[in-house]
Design a protein. Structure first.
Length: 157
């Protein structure tokens, strides 16, 4: 148990350098929560649940982190998302074919910060990956980037 706690602490501070045990993932899920610090909520189909390690995230979910909180999510195509404190991340659409590496990733950062290490989908088809903010749309051409959005710009919801 102590080793797992050390691994998770390393993930939070060093950024995805430790392998974690695999979790059974619903084939319809976009990915799985790998790290959680503080208060993190996943809004799915009108329901709101606290995120824990192993929680599944779907292509229509909204992930919300509280103050002094963060979450690390690994998508099925190996894309790694790390949302910081006070972040609202909407996964608008996610699809990935593990054989052809075809699919789509469409996400929006409404508020807060998001670090991304792109996975197989962006490598196979960069035009299929899109991240939006209230003022900008980012097409992925590189493999690592950070998005920061001032909380005062969030509209609606």
């Amino acid at each position: 148990m102590r080793l797992q706690a050390v691994q998770f602490a390393l993930l939070l501070t060093c950024g995805w350098t430790v392998s974690l045990p695999a979790f059974a993932v619903d084939p319809d899920a976009a990915g799985v929560v790998k790290t959680v610090k503080g208060t993190v909520q996943i809004e799915h189909g009108g329901a709101n649940a606290g995120a824990v390690i192993g929680s599944q995230v779907y292509g229509s979910d909204r992930v919300v982190t509280g103050p002094d909180s963060s979450v690390g999510i690994t998508l099925r195509d190996t894309t790694q998302l790390s949302a910081g404190a006070n972040t609202v991340l909407e996964l608008n659409k996610f699809a990935f074919d593990t054989t052809t590496h075809e699919g789509v990733l469409d996400a929006a950062v409404k508020r807060g910060s998001l670090a991304v290490i792109s996975g197989k989908l962006a490598k196979a088809n960069p035009d299929a990956v899109r991240f939006s903010t209230p003022t900008t749309t980012l097409g992925v051409r590189g493999t690592e980037f950070i998005i920061e959005v001032d909380g005062q710009q969030e509209g609606g919801h």
